[in-house]
Design a protein around this ligand. Structure first.
Ligand code: ADP
Ligand code: MG
Length: 741
């Protein structure tokens, strides 16, 4: 019989019968129940106001202040009917997670009573006391106050008794202090650039939207065990812990049947997420024990980002009700898979065309090739920046480790797409663009049957893989706000499309003057121009294409030869945001100014330092007040055993019988003294680093001189865990944390 050293809080749960909380309802019935969506706008707003709101949401029309009061009144009515008493501007500061400050609807009615009030002014703009959010010095240097402003493209929703209003958060001098403002600007930029390029093929396209389907991976740990691990509690990951004898070697967890207790949690989570309009679709076990995934149906990127932020906070709440803790950290356990958040990304037009999906006609496939190649151009030009966009102190542990993408951005295309691009690049141009009698031009662009885009040759090691009708950016961290990656990616692609358009237009103008080309004869200047520029770009972006094994050592060397960014130090990777090419891109598209980029990098470096600092403290504390005392106590037991042996047996015999214990006593002495020395070195290294004034240099010092000590300390602790009596070890071990009972 296995004995449990810790109380597993969720044990009791198994005994309860499982009853779904809304037994009679189908998800389609409660989907969006807590969202002020179009259907509710239609019901609660006057017709003219409803129509204006739709125009604002669909066509980016300016929000007319005069309708704000009417919208607020409709929202309030709906909210109050649903038991809501408070409202909050909900925003995404540069910390993790979201921020909110709740105000009640209550106002004096002037007659001695109270009345629920909510005006357009309160809906549209607020001034949260923002002085303690990280801003990289923007506020202190330029303008003390910041304000939050309603983002009408993401609907308001209800959590408990509060109406939550998605907002951007900006300083009075106009700098973005959050994730959402630059994202919205990048989405606007890619819309404009992609719509322009679409017009070569279809002049009726009015708008291009960016889509995002994220896949959220996470671990669950029993609340009781979590509470007994100060490192998990304070840093989100285990800073020590020997491998469990069984972990993921058997691959028996992936897609395995979901444990009952976990299934109940998932069901509860999904009901609440669906009520909030998050279209949850997929759930399954992941590769590592206790690791799971949830994925919704993809949505417009801004909404998808909000939904992911909402889901992460919902997960934490629901988990606690089930006596679980959710671990969103990218690498909570050493030696087994970490968690990511694959970002499935694509562009589509207002008339329903997926621009990254192959079409049926040669012309459609030319357009498809243009969007694929220009996406690759953006990713190639800004591969270092894209890596910076997903990098963090926590994700740094995952990249390059088991099953995670390597710390080099490259793109996998698969055989069929590779063949298509090769054909466009290498075929004789007269064959590609041949005259076909009266019909004008014949484009020799081969068809790719949609179904044939095989999922079978999916390359799991690629950080940016083509998967049939989208790209999957797999390097995003599980804990991250997707907005960071989405801002960088959409901007990079927007820039590539702008450049493509400019060059094609130049060539069209040039060819139109040449009698060799004339519209209607088959030698259309437009198609010649598109093909010529596309061929240049297919050649230019080749270094980013890599279908091989991203884990191999050869790839690292090859990538460096190709000029791809191979930096692995997190604080140095952040420098890519301040490269001339990055600043030029963000500024030319109106996404971020140099000043904003500099301020944000200060925040990134500062956050990095703080994270490592906290880990260093926790590791030092646990070493000194858990590990060394426990090991020493056990050592004393061994010592008295040795003394007792000597008292009873003749010296020779006693020595022989105590040989093993003597070895253990020595080993414990050696390891505890090494731990002590290393912890002292750690403290001293911190003292040195803390004196550095520049946030960049401090972060680099933490990376170079402090972090490397963690593994050295851990090594000795994990060895001690193997020899110290199990019943005295104070921390739950991997084998306990990793298997839900
Ligand atoms: P996987 O096989 O990669 O684990 P999943 O089904 O878990 O796939 O998740 C794929 C995600 O990609 C879902 O959110 C899905 O809605 C999304 N997706 C599918 N097609 C597109 C597309 N064209 N653009 C963006 N996201 C997409
Ligand atoms: Mg996937």
């Amino acid at each position: 019989m296995e004995t449990l050293r810790f109380q597993v809080v969720g044990e009791a749960f198994k005994k309860k019968p499982l009853v779904p909380s809304t037994p009679d309802e189908r998800p389609s019935a409660y989907y969006g129940k807590k969202v002020f969506n179009r259907e509710k706008m239609y019901r609660y707003l006057p017709k003219n106001v409803y129509e204006k709101m739709i125009d604002v949401m669909d066509n980016g029309a300016q929000l007319d202040r005069s309708i704000a009061d009417a919208v607020a009144a409709g929202m309030k009515q709906w909210a109050v009917e649903n038991g809501v008493t408070h409202y909050t501007h909900w925003f995404q500061p540069l910390t993790e997670g979201t921020a909110e400050k709740h105000d009640s609807f209550i106002e004096h009615d002037g007659k001695g009573g109270m009345v629920e009030e909510f005006t357009g002014k309160l809906l549209v703009q607020q001034e949260p006391d923002a002085s303690s959010f990280p801003s990289g010095g923007i506020r202190s240097t330029f303008e003390a106050r910041g304000y939050s402003a309603w983002d009408p493209t993401s609907p308001v929703f209800i959590i408990d008794d509060t109406l939550c209003i998605p907002t951007v958060f900006i300083s009075y001098s106009g700098e973005a202090l959050d994730y959402k403002a630059p994202l919205l600007r990048a989405l606007h930029a890619v819309n404009v650039a992609a719509t322009d390029v679409c017009h070569y093929f279809d002049p009726s396209v009015k708008k291009v939207v960016s889509n995002l389907g994220w896949e959220q991976e996470y671990f669950l740990v029993d609340e009781g065990l979590y509470a007994a691990r100060p490192d998990l509690l304070l840093t989100g990951r285990t800073l020590m812990g020997h491998d469990s004898a069984k972990n993921q070697q058997m691959d028996d967890h992936y897609f395995g049947s979901i444990p009952e207790r976990v299934a109940a949690f998932m069901r509860d989570l999904e009901i609440q997420a669906l009520e909030l309009g998050i279209p949850c679709k997929t759930r399954h076990n992941e590769v590592a024990p206790n690791q799971f995934e949830l994925a919704p149906i993809f949505e417009e990127t801004n909404l998808a980002v909000d939904h992911n932020m909402l889901l992460m906070s919902l997960m934490k709440r629901v988990a606690r009700k089930h006596s679980f803790r959710v671990l969103l950290h990218e690498k909570p356990f050493d030696g087994i898979n970490g968690s990511g958040k694959h970002n499935n990304w694509s562009l589509s037009t207002d008339n329903g065309i997926l621009l990254h999906a192959p079409g049926k006609t040669p012309e459609q496939n030319l357009r498809f090739a243009v969007f694929i190649v220009e996406t690759l151009m953006g990713v190639y030009r800004h591969n270092g920046l894209l890596k910076a966009s997903i990098m963090s102190a926590t994700n740094a542990h995952r990249l390059g480790a088991n099953e995670a993408p390597p710390a080099i951005i490259s793109s996998f295309l698969g055989r069929q797409l590779t063949e298509l691009l090769d054909h466009i690049e290498l075929a004789d141009k007269d064959d590609l663009l041949s005259v076909a009698g009266k019909q004008g031009m014949k484009l020799d662009i081969p068809e790719i049957p949609e179904l044939l885009i095989d999922n079978t040759d999916r390359n799991r090691t690629s950080p940016f893989a083509f998967t049939g009708n989208r790209f999957e950016f797999r390097a995003v961290g599980s804990e991250a706000n997707c907005a960071s990656a989405m801002t960088a990616l959409n901007s990079a692609v927007a820039e590539a499309l702008v450049s493509f358009k400019k060059r094609v237009d130049q060539k069209i103008a040039e060819y139109s003057k040449d009698s060799k080309y004339s519209e209607g004869t088959g030698h259309s200047p437009k198609y010649h121009a598109i093909i010529d520029v596309l061929r240049d770009d297919i050649k230019a972006c080749k270094p980013i294409r890599f279908d091989g094994n991203g884990y191999s050592e050869e790839w690292k060397a090859e990538a460096a030869r190709r000029g791809l960014d191979t930096e692995t130090s997190c604080p140095k990777i952040f420098e890519r945001y301040l490269d001339e090419a990055s600043i030029k891109m963000f500024e030319s598209l109106g996404v971020m100014t140099k000043k904003e980029l500099e301020a944000r990098n200060e925040v990134k470096w500062e956050t990095y330092t703080k994270k490592i600092q906290i880990e260093a403290r926790v590791l030092g504390d646990l070493s000194m007040n858990h590990i060394i005392p426990v090991a020493t106590r056990y050592q004393s037991q061994l010592l008295s055993n040795v003394q007792n042996m000597a008292a009873i047996f003749p010296a020779d015999k006693a020595a022989q019988l105590s040989a093993r214990n003597m070895k253990l006593i020595e080993e414990i002495a050696e390891r505890t003294s090494k731990i002590e020395c290393l912890v002292e070195e750690l403290v001293n290294a911190r003292k040195v680093a803390n004196k550095i004034a520049s946030e960049h240099d401090k972060a680099v010092a933490y990376h170079d001189t402090i972090e490397p000590k963690f593994d050295e300390i851990r090594y000795h602790i994990d060895k001690l865990e193997l020899i110290v009596d199990d019943s005295c070890w104070t921390l739950p071990k991997y084998r306990e944390l990793l298997f839900i009972r």
